[in-house]
Structures are given as structure tokens and as C-alpha cells.
Ligand binder design. Structure first.
Ligand SMILES: NC(=O)c1ccc[n+]([C@@H]2O[C@H](COP(=O)([O-])OP(=O)(O)OC[C@H]3O[C@@H](n4cnc5c(N)ncnc54)[C@H](OP(=O)(O)O)[C@@H]3O)[C@@H](O)[C@H]2O)c1
Length: 288
């Protein structure tokens, strides 16, 4: 079995890939699509095969998917990029990768997506069947392009041509030196103290993606992946060693269920159990 992984120079991919490589059985191989040779080196040393290229380049996609059995598409363009780039990478290139994979006979395709595609909250935890309700402060080209990619890739998989597409919806991801936890204060500083952020540790994102990659019989399914305990803005401040400003205590949460996802499906179908059920247990384990 040969698995292609994209986005391995990013925060999620660079922590997922070593776990995938470590769990490869004899004869199982892993290929990565990376834009920069020097940044591919550490992964090549771990045993990954490297294809150099950009996700928006059709020739690179052809080389990347040749002979591949499964794809995990982790790559995305966000965090301050122009909207055109978000659409070009997150939707157009992701769908082209899906088409190239289908044409090359790839049997399984795991698309990494975001819980932001749900849009506004429902007054309860979000479940995978929930239709997107556009809106909220996080709605924009990133979210829309990720939602469009999910739809188009699932449609490709539904064409009965033998490619089994699965989607992983991630919350805010943290841990293992990722600066994301500190960056969370960029928004949380403006939140009500009780406003919550759904999270998952990198170890659990990797666990979830590996389960999606390997599980039989779940073609066309979407899965929320998250830990057990969304964290309040007040706690995010304390985790970062600062107190919330006094004026924050007068604020109210406009949408208390925004981004809060149910993990019932991934638990029941795939046996997912967070290794770090809360950010506090991750901290106690020295895994931040
Ligand atoms: N981190 C989170 O909290 C979070 C939450 C929800 C969902 N997600 C999803 O998780 C995935 C990974 O996120 P991340 O935080 O790891 O993002 P990241 O740190 O920004 O990494 C993005 C990765 O995508 C690659 N990439 C971007 N444009 C590319 C292109 N044109 N061609 C080839 N590779 C390209 C980057 O390569 P370069 O290094 O060459 O730029 C990098 O490896 C994304 O699909 C994202 O939507 C993440």
C-alpha cells in the first residue's frame, strides 16, 4: 500500500506524518508532496518518498498520485492569505487532486476539513448531518472553500468509480510546540470569559486521521474529531499565563454552541477515544 500525504510541512501534517510512518507495516510506503526540497529532508530521513511540487500544478499532481492507493489531503492555504489563494488551494487544487487520484485508480481519499464549515451554532453539539449555516465571525473564503471541497470530493467518490472519500472535520488544533494555543488569544481576548473553543490535540488529530485512513466500510462518511472538553476564553488566558481584562466580564457569548462538535460518530464507528481528553490533561502530560 502506498499512501500520499499533502501538507506535511504544516502544523498538522508534520505531526501526523511521523505517526503514519511509524505505524506502516512491512511493504507499506508513504509519499509526500512538498514544495521545498530542504523542508522535505527530515521526512525523507524518516522514510517518506518525496515528490516536489505545488498542489496547483497538474503535472505535480500526476506524479504525486501515480501508483498510489490512498491519499490524505492535509494541505490548505489560510491564515491571512488572499481569498483567491484560499479558493485556488482549498477547493480547486483539492478537487483536482481528487480527480487525479480517481484517474490514477486511488481507492481511498481522506480530506482534512474544518468544523467551521457548520457556520453558526444550533443550540446543541454539531453533528455531521447538519447542513452548513453560513455566518458567524469565522465565515469567509477559507471556510467556504473548505466546504466546497468537501462537497465536490464526496460527489467524486459517489460516482461509483471506486474511490472511497472520507472527510475529517477538525476543531482548533494544539500541542507539541504548535504556537496555536498562544495565538488563540488573538480572538479569545475579545470573547466573553465563558465563550468556548472546541479543541483537539495533535496526537488525537493524528489518531483520528489514521482511523479514517484505515477503517473499512465507511465510504462517503464525514467525521468530527475533537476532544471531550471545549475550553473557555478564561481558561485559554490562564493556559497562556495571563488574566482576562476586567472589562471582559461584562461581555456575553453571542452563540454558545458555535463550533462545538459531537464526537459520537467517530467514537462509535471508528473507536476514537482522545489520548488527551482535555487541554488540561495534555498540559499535565507535558504535551503542550
Ligand atoms: N490547525 C488547526 O487548528 C486546524 C483546524 C481545523 C482544520 N484544519 C485543517 O487542517 C489542515 C492542516 O492545517 P495546518 O494548521 O497544518 O495548516 P498550515 O500549518 O498552514 O499548513 C498548510 C500546509 O499546506 C501546504 N500547502 C499550502 N498551499 C500549498 C500548495 N499550493 N501546494 C502544496 N502544499 C501547500 C503548506 O505547505 P508550505 O509549507 O509549502 O506552505 C503546509 O504544508 C488544513 O486542511 C486545515 O484546513 C486545521
Amino acid at each position: 500500500m502506498l499512501t500520499l500525504v499533502t501538507g506535511t510541512t504544516g502544523q498538522v501534517g508534520r505531526r501526523f506524518l511521523p505517526r503514519l510512518l511509524a505505524q506502516n507495516r512491512p511493504g507499506e510506503r508513504t509519499r509526500i508532496l512538498v514544495r521545498d526540497q530542504a523542508r522535505a529532508e527530515p521526512f525523507a530521513e524518516l522514510g517518506a518518498e518525496v515528490v516536489l511540487g505545488d498542489l496547483r500544478d497538474a503535472e505535480a499532481l500526476g506524479k504525486a498520485v501515480a501508483g498510489v492507493d490512498a491519499v490524505v489531503n492535509v494541505a490548505a492555504s489560510f491564515r491571512g492569505v488572499p481569498d483567491e489563494d484560499a479558493w485556488a488551494v482549498n477547493r480547486d487544487a483539492a478537487v483536482e487532486l481528487g480527480r487525479a487520484a480517481l484517474a490514477a485508480g486511488v481507492r481511498r481519499f481522506v480530506q482534512v476539513s474544518t468544523g467551521l464549515v457548520y457556520g453558526t451554532g444550533r443550540g446543541r453539539p454539531l453533528v455531521e448531518e447538519d447542513e452548513s449555516r453560513p455566518g458567524g465571525v469565522m465565515w469567509g473564503a477559507y471556510t467556504e472553500s473548505k466546504a466546497a471541497a468537501e462537497r465536490e470530493l464526496l460527489a467524486l467518490g459517489g460516482e461509483g468509480q471506486g474511490m472511497d472519500v472520507r472527510v475529517a472535520r477538525l476543531p482548533f488544533v494544539y500541542g507539541e510546540g504548535d504556537p496555536h494555543l498562544a495565538q488563540s488569544l488573538m480572538w479569545a481576548a475579545n470573547w466573553a470569559p465563558a465563550q468556548r473553543l472546541q479543541m483537539a490535540h495533535h496526537a488525537d488529530v493524528a489518531q483520528g486521521l489514521l482511523r479514517l485512513l484505515h477503517a473499512p466500510g465507511v465510504a462517503g462518511r464525514m467525521y468530527n474529531i475533537a476532544d471531550d472538553a471545549p475550553v473557555t476564553a478564561l481558561e485559554l488566558h490562564r493556559l497562556n499565563g495571563v488574566e482576562m481584562p476586567a472589562e471582559a466580564h461584562d461581555r456575553t457569548d453571542p452563540d454558545p454552541w458555535f463550533g462545538i462538535m459531537s464526537t459520537e460518530r467517530v467514537r462509535r464507528d471508528l473507536g476514537f477515544r482522545p489520548l488527551h481528553p482535555t487541554v488540561w490533561s495534555a498540559r499535565a502530560a507535558g504535551a503542550l
